[in-house]
Design a protein around this ligand. Structure first.
Ligand SMILES: [Fe+2]
Length: 317
């Protein structure tokens, strides 16, 4: 890289040790994006102000002590300015998930592309595709429950502090059946979590300018500290991750629909190719679920008069 590119690098402390550990274990690296105007409070407020309705989710978690999922409600920012939305989240118990930021705004797409060009420069052969990124703006003390994701994932901290627990991607933390279930249903499911799992976790107190990456499917959960949090998630696929996804789908079909217990999780050889053909055939025939569906109606809007408060919407259906 030449001098100009060096100054512009997103990863600021990548070493050979990071290259060796990439995608093999939980890893914390430093970045400069928290100082980029795109992720400043003003830049984010501008983004929120014009964000397409179909690409965001605003979730209210209920009063303190009522943070179980059954109390969650989904709402609308109701024409408030981005700054008012952020102030509301800062004072309330909510989070705003801006999905597909890289598709909504080209400038974030360029950041995303640069991130993965740098990864590839550091980890030769690590070719990624179908990359996406989202921005999560969340209230003080908000939590993300224990779960596992199918694509490769990273978490980038921009504002505030949060504690992130990353667990091993094998039993008892994660069973193949759970991955199959997520693959088949294309939704995150409630995963069994035991407090004793924390003894096996790698724990990070993530600060602005730090990012985490972990081995594929590693379960994780997040607790915000007592401050507004802004994070970016990046997701990507590689050939190997795609193959593992095909195996999850095919094994899920064998187990859930045909009552057979799959013997192999191989991602090459005849058994793999038979499974690849089977899941592709079922997908073409429309037998597999497609897309994530919102399960909650939009039933509140933000109160423009009082940050953090919500107003119930009257059902119109
Ligand atoms: Fe996740």
């Amino acid at each position: 890289m030449n001098a100009a590119t060096t100054a512009d690098r997103i990863f600021t402390d990548w070493t050979d040790a990071h290259t060796a550990a990439w995608a093999r274990e939980p890893l914390m690296l430093h970045h400069r994006l928290h100082r980029d105007p795109l992720f400043s409070r003003e830049g984010l407020a501008d983004l929120v102000s014009r964000y397409p309705r179909e690409h965001y989710a605003l979730v209210y978690m209920g009063a303190q002590g009522q943070s179980e999922k059954r109390f969650w409600r989904e709402g609308d920012i109701a024409g408030l300015s981005g700054e008012k939305v952020i102030a509301s989240i800062e004072a309330g118990r909510m989070w705003l998930n801006l999905r597909r930021v890289s598709e909504v705004d080209r400038r974030y797409r360029e950041v995303l592309d640069q991130i993965f060009e740098e990864v590839r420069a550091h980890v030769p052969g690590y070719d990624t595709f179908s990359r996406t990124c989202g921005i999560l703006i969340s209230s003080p003390k908000a939590q993300v429950y224990y779960h596992s994701d199918l694509p490769g994932q990273s978490l980038w901290q921009m504002h505030g502090r949060k504690r992130v627990y990353v667990y091993p991607a094998h039993p008892p933390y994660l069973h193949p059946e759970q991955l199959e279930h997520i693959a088949l249903n294309e939704v995150e499911v409630d995963m069994r979590y035991e407090p004793s799992f924390d003894r096996g976790a790698v724990v990070f107190d993530l600060e602005p300018g730090q990012m985490l990456h972990w081995q594929l499917n590693a379960p994780h959960r997040v607790e915000n500290h007592d401050c507004l949090n802004v994070s970016m998630t990046t997701e990507y696929w590689t050939d190997e991750i795609r193959r593992r996804q095909m195996v999850n789908l095919a094994n899920g079909i064998l187990r859930a629909r045909l009552g057979r217990s799959p013997a192999s999780r191989a991602t090459s050889g005849p058994a793999f190719w038979a499974k690849a053909a089977m899941q592709a055939g079922m997908r073409r025939a429309g037998l597999l679920a497609r897309g994530r569906k919102s399960v909650r109606p939009i039933d509140f809007r933000l109160d423009p008069a009082e940050p953090g408060r919500i107003v119930d919407l009257v059902a119109t259906a």
